[in-house]
Design a protein around this ligand. Sequence first.
Ligand SMILES: Cc1cc2nc3c(=O)[nH]c(=O)nc-3n(C[C@H](O)[C@H](O)[C@H](O)COP(=O)(O)OP(=O)(O)OC[C@H]3O[C@@H](n4cnc5c(N)ncnc54)[C@H](O)[C@@H]3O)c2cc1C
Length: 423
Amino acid sequence: MRFDVVVIGGGLAGMACAIGLAEQGKRCAVVSSGQSALYFSSGSLDLLAQLPDGTPVDAPLAALSELARQAPQHPYSLIGADRVAQLSDEAAQLLQRCGLSLQGSNERNHLRITPLGTRRATWLSPKTIPVTPLAGELPWESVAVIGIEGFLDFQPQLAADSLIQALGVRTRGDWLHLPALDRLRNNPSEFRAVNIARVLDLPENLMPMEDELRRLAGDAEAIFLPACLGLEEDAPLVALQAAVGKPVRLLPTLPPSVLGMRLHQALRRRLQQLGGIFMPGDSVLRADIDAGRVTGLYTRNHGDIPLQAQQVVLASGSFFSNGLVADFDGVREPVFGLDVESRADRADWSRSDLFAPQPYLQFGVRTDGRLRALRCGEALTNLYAIGAVTGGYDPLQQGCGAGVSLIGALHVAQQIAAEEGRP
Ligand SMILES: Cc1cc2nc3c(=O)[nH]c(=O)nc-3n(C[C@H](O)[C@H](O)[C@H](O)COP(=O)(O)OP(=O)(O)OC[C@H]3O[C@@H](n4cnc5c(N)ncnc54)[C@H](O)[C@@H]3O)c2cc1C
């Protein structure tokens, strides 16, 4: 099977890269073994929220030169500040073409409200979630935070108390009881955001939900619910807002994340509309490499029949997605045996303080400035590495995970397109 490009991994990085390539007419296949980090994410996309030395970042683009000084191996430092600025604009436009309705700017972070009622700086957030400017307030003086009875992943009282302390809004927490959820509620392990959304999205449940929310919200100006609504589209939320006659916003929940799944579905839909091929549930196991080029990829489902491509993009994620594997004697990249940035002594991989930045989060595949993957110190000429499989940054402490994935993806997509256009 021959393609222009095979992308390994269908997370944010792999999908964005494949879409960028398919938009330029490339025949792309994405092989993806399992659920990506999007299924576990808040649905908000971080660009840069903190420098390595702990300084909070208000204006991500303006902070890139200081980031390059503190972290020369950060993917943004390798790509260069001007190009990061340009590609972050283009990434936001790509997400818009996928039909995603996002708020935020690369010039200035905003704060999203977390499920605990605290605030966290980020770049782009779904329009359905409540946000504030960095030094600003919510647009409402009173909010009703309403959980779903029996859904233990979201505690409305906890969120309400934090909102009172952090923002001074009048809030109270309460529980929504809907008989339509009783059957699901009987099995606590199935009582998860996604399954609840499947029930609440049904048109026949709109009216009972509206009645209950009106009663519980009283005179509150807005309602916050856990993100257990709108699994496929925003229509159920839009209908609910119209029915209750006040803004209803969704707070991210513990995984599986409805907001993150919506992102994944939008990306997948766009790729397939463009003629890209998505191969879920398949894994690239090994590769043929000849004279510094990847010449064939072997997957679990295709056995001895290799996938062949002019260019290959590795977007297999970090430890979480098995893009990196930690053994007793070291950290390795399992498909190609690429060079991995890590620390020799296992004791240095983590810190005992759980809340301190963890060194292993910075581990990852080494690349050159074009993001071509290195093996034995040499760049493989047609293999690029993007997103969480690459090293040199800490997505958690620096708040830059989605930005690194999207910007690396478009950086590589544009290079591949330009390269293949050359005679
Ligand atoms: C739990 C969690 C929550 C996060 N939340 C946020 C957030 O809210 N906002 C934010 O900005 N960042 C968040 N991040 C950071 C996140 O790493 C990036 O934002 C980004 O989503 C990473 O995308 P990725 O495509 O590089 O990797 P991943 O999302 O990890 O995707 C890698 C994919 O590759 C597949 N794969 C692996 N090996 C193979 C193989 N051999 N063959 C085929 N497929 C393979 C995996 O199954 C997976 O689907 C979060 C990270 C984690 C772990």
